[in-house]
Design a protein around this ligand. Structure first.
Ligand code: AMP
Length: 437
């Protein structure tokens, strides 16, 4: 199905084709017609599915078609609430790209930077506002922003709002929205509290769910190293000395951990930058830009900072620490293997992380292959753990244990040996399955 079938207006078709989008993704195919029919929507989808265009494109079309309807120049008619600054910036950039021939204006507001530039932009007249909750409330309290003309509201990454403790702020903002409006609600997961929140926001919503065929993308090769905690540093340096790792996103559980890893990598002459909530917005954006432009080979990130980061041709995700929430593992490894490219996700599992690994194996219904051939095998005292974990993984009798070159299937050997130069962006969404509930 092409975008033409979605009956989009010319200015949008033109911009989308300039973006190189030839086919709508499953979520776009399903969501766009309903949003254009002015229905409320409950979308269960994660970043990487094309979710942003799924709401941005029809919103631009609706606003474009109603452009001449009388409204004050400064009135904001669409609000997108999203949890992180990086996502807010990305969404705003998407609106600018898709809407470049519509004459519609968007602005983005988020905390951690002075507000002057944001308020100047707001004053110049904005149709679409992308915001994180804290800064939005701040600016509303200072009367820079009024929500009284909002007719379209998007709550993005609702589950992450909950995780980050923003739900209270979100509720305060929702209370200020006009009752008569169209609302779109997106969440990667739908825990009870999120369902309850959705029920308070949406009216008779259409439900759409887009899930990867299996939670772990097929194109991603996974492996786990059992390693004693003190040896993780040396193992990471050892792996990154291998030039075949073109770019690596290294995950830690904490901000402190991210700083620590960045420091020891730089001491080992491996250039790395960190991205996490304690860094200034500029430092985060610079680190991200350097990584995207391949100036920096290694970016060390916490989960929240990395949420939504879209880096083309990211070859490796390394879980320096295993996440304690299994779904986070899926989010993390989904950073690689994008755009139809293959990718590798490696995890370091120490004694204490055994339970987390077990949960992950259960969630993804496979035992992540164990890589035994490395210079820092688990210390003797921890070996029992290794054994037990292998046996209990994924309810199977044993984990797939991979030794040395067995880890590399013929297909993957080239990449593993550092000769992977895949190109092309096709088949990006081949892995997604969409269904309407
Ligand atoms: P999102 O899930 O919105 O973060 O989108 C993930 C990535 O997919 C972004 O880099 C988008 O530019 C890209 N994308 C979105 N829709 C399409 C499409 N129809 N064709 C190709 N790429 C797309």
């Amino acid at each position: 199905m092409s975008f033409e079938k979605l009956n989009l207006i010319k200015p949008l078709n033109k911009a989308l084709s300039e973006e190189g989008y030839t086919k709508p993704t499953p979520i776009q195919m399903q969501a766009i017609p309903f949003i254009l029919e002015r229905k409320d929507l409950l979308g269960c989808a994660q970043t990487g599915t094309g979710k942003t265009a799924a709401f941005a494109v029809p919103i631009l079309q609706i606003l474009y078609n109603e452009k001449n309807a009388s409204k004050p120049k400064s009135a904001i008619s669409t609000l997108i609430l999203t949890p992180t600054r990086e996502l807010a910036i990305q969404i705003s950039e998407s609106f600018s790209a898709y809407g470049k021939y519509t004459g519609l204006h968007n602005a983005v507001v988020f905390g951690g930077v002075p507000q002057k530039r944001q308020t100047d932009k707001l004053r110049s007249g904005v149709d679409i506002l992308v915001a994180t909750p804290g800064r939005l409330l701040d600016l509303m309290n200072q009367n820079y922003i009024s929500l009284q003309h909002i007719k379209l509201f998007v709550l993005d990454e609702a589950d992450r709002m909950l995780d980050m403790g923003f739900i209270h702020d979100v509720k305060k903002i929702i209370a200020k929205l006009p009752v008569k409006r169209q609302s779109l609600f997106f969440s990667a997961t739908m825990p009870q509290e999120i369902v309850k929140l959705a029920n308070t926001i949406l009216t008779d919503p259409v439900k759409i769910e887009v899930t990867p065929e299996s939670p772990t993308v097929e194109a991603i090769k996974q492996g786990v190293y059992f390693v004693s905690k003190p040896d993780k540093k040396a193992l990471l340096i050892h792996l990154l000395k291998n030039e075949s790792i073109n770019s690596a996103l290294v995950f830690t559980r904490t901000k402190h951990g991210a700083d620590m890893v960045t420091k020891f990598l730089n001491s080992a002459k491996i250039h790395a930058e960190a991205i996490h909530g304690n860094k200034s917005q500029n430092a985060r954006q610079n680190a991200l830009n350097n990584f995207k432009s391949k100036k920096t080979r290694v970016l060390v990130a916490t989960d929240i900072a990395a949420r939504g980061i879209d880096v083309e041709e990211l070859s490796h995700v390394i879980n320096y620490e295993i996440p304690n929430i299994s779904e986070t593992y899926v989010h993390r490894i989904g950073r690689t293997g994008r755009a139809g490219l293959s990718g590798t996700a490696l995890s370091f599992c120490d004694h204490e992380e055994r339970a987390y690994l077990k949960d992950i194996n259960k969630l993804i219904s496979v035992s992540i292959p164990v890589i035994e051939d490395h210079p820092f095998p688990m210390k003797k005292e921890d070996e029992n753990f290794h054994q037990q974990s292998s046996e209990s993984s994924s309810g199977q009798s044993s984990a797939s244990v991979i030794r040395g070159s067995n880890f590399t299937t013929d297909k993957n050997k080239k990449r593993w040996n550092g000769r992977n130069k895949q190109k092309g962006k096709n088949n990006r969404y081949g892995r997604n399955k969409a269904r309407t509930n």
